[in-house]
Design a protein around this ligand. Structure first.
Ligand SMILES: [Zn+2]
Length: 349
């Protein structure tokens, strides 16, 4: 079976503002790296052009007036939209195709047409809330795919792992009171980074208590901390929750070279997480995993990490790079204590 690489040319037409770090160059760099490695010629990769998400499905997670506001702004040629988002004439359509990419990807995996998928999209989605464009995001792509799995495929349990350096506030909020979607976020501590949320005491509400976990990492946390977090929290949670489908919010902004954050991951650290996520999918979800691009603002890192993710999904050797970073003992000790607290507070661990 194939790995779908979901991409639409409109994803590079959406531009926030000249020189903005969330730029079309991010996707060009990812695609160049994948193309240079010859993967676009591989029989194992299916370059999939997505459809627009049906508005009826987008309205399940976003207000109608809110979406019409984005549409109107796009139709008028764009401009500044909210404090940290701006729109051009392609933004509304690009956001609908990005969300549609997620829906098409999970449909094809559920139907057995593809083994797994990487949705290489812009604009990203995990900060978008019900009626708030936020953090360079407009429509929450991963949340819409999760909702689609629950509503259209009668899937019972979806595990979303979000390893972008920023807390996926919009995704968390979409399912905060639900046990049908388990949200695990690994991100830089909100006291030191946008959006200022995603603390360990945010564990869900009502029926959803215990079905949200936030690993708020100390600045400087790298491969060691993330490895511990996966082996002591993410993997045991997957065993306990037994998900039917794995969705991943992929962000390469946790890399030590990223210009917007202060984490310490290397390409090997991202590859480790991808391997473990694929193993989780194989162990519990019959291999069903779809990854969504969120952030990542160093263009070289975008290329290396996107190549590695696609290689992992295809099941071929992952190229190793020579980027090195040493996490300090103070940070590792902090992570150990954080993990202890999360294990103590979680009813599922
Ligand atoms: Zn991010």
């Amino acid at each position: 079976m194939v790995t779908d690489l979901v991409y639409h040319d409109i994803f590079v037409e959406h531009v926030m503002s000249p020189g903005h770090p969330e730029s079309p160059e991010r996707l060009r760099s990812a695609l160049n790296s994948i193309r240079s490695a010859g993967l676009l010629d591989s029989q194992k990769v299916n370059l999939l052009t997505p459809n627009r998400a049906p508005l009826s499905e987008v309205y399940l997670l976003h207000g109608k007036e809110y979406l019409e506001g984005i549409k109107e702004k796009s139709e008028k040629g764009g401009g500044i939209y909210t404090m940290d988002t701006s729109v051009n004439s392609y933004t509304y359509d690009a956001a609908l195709y990005a969300a549609g990419g997620g829906i098409d990807a999970v449909d094809r995996v559920m139907h057995g047409d593809a083994e797994n998928a990487f949705v290489l999209c812009r604009p990203p989605g995990h900060h978008a809330e019900y009626e708030k464009a936020f953090g360079f995001c407009f429509i929450n792509n991963v949340a819409i795919a999760a909702k689609h799995l629950l509503e259209k495929h009668a899937v019972e349990r979806v595990l979303i792992v979000d390893y972008d350096a920023h807390h996926g506030n919009g995704t968390q909020r979409s399912f905060y009171s639900s046990k049908d979607v388990f949200y695990v976020g690994l991100h830089q501590d909100g006291r030191t980074l946008f959006p200022g949320s995603g603390f360990p005491n945010e564990i869900g509400m009502g029926e959803g208590v215990g079905y949200t976990i936030n690993l708020a990492m100390y600045p400087g946390a790298g491969d060691y901390s993330y490895n511990r977090a996966f082996s002591q929290v993410v993997e045991p949670i997957a065993e306990s929750y037994n998900p039917d489908f794995i969705l991943v919010s992929v962000g390469y902004d946790g890399h030590f070279m990223d210009p917007l954050t202060n984490l310490g991951l290397t390409t090997a650290g991202f590859a480790m997480m991808n391997t473990k996520l694929k193993q989780i999918a194989n162990s519990y979800a019959d291999g069903r995993i779809v990854c969504f691009l969120e952030g990542g603002y160093n263009l070289e890192v975008m290329g290396m990490c996107s190549l590695n993710l696609l290689q992992e999904l295809m099941g071929i050797d992952v190229t190793s790079f020579d980027d090195k970073y040493n996490e300090s003992n103070i940070v590792s000790d902090y992570t150990e204590k954080l993990i202890e607290k999360i294990i103590t507070d979680s009813p599922l661990l």
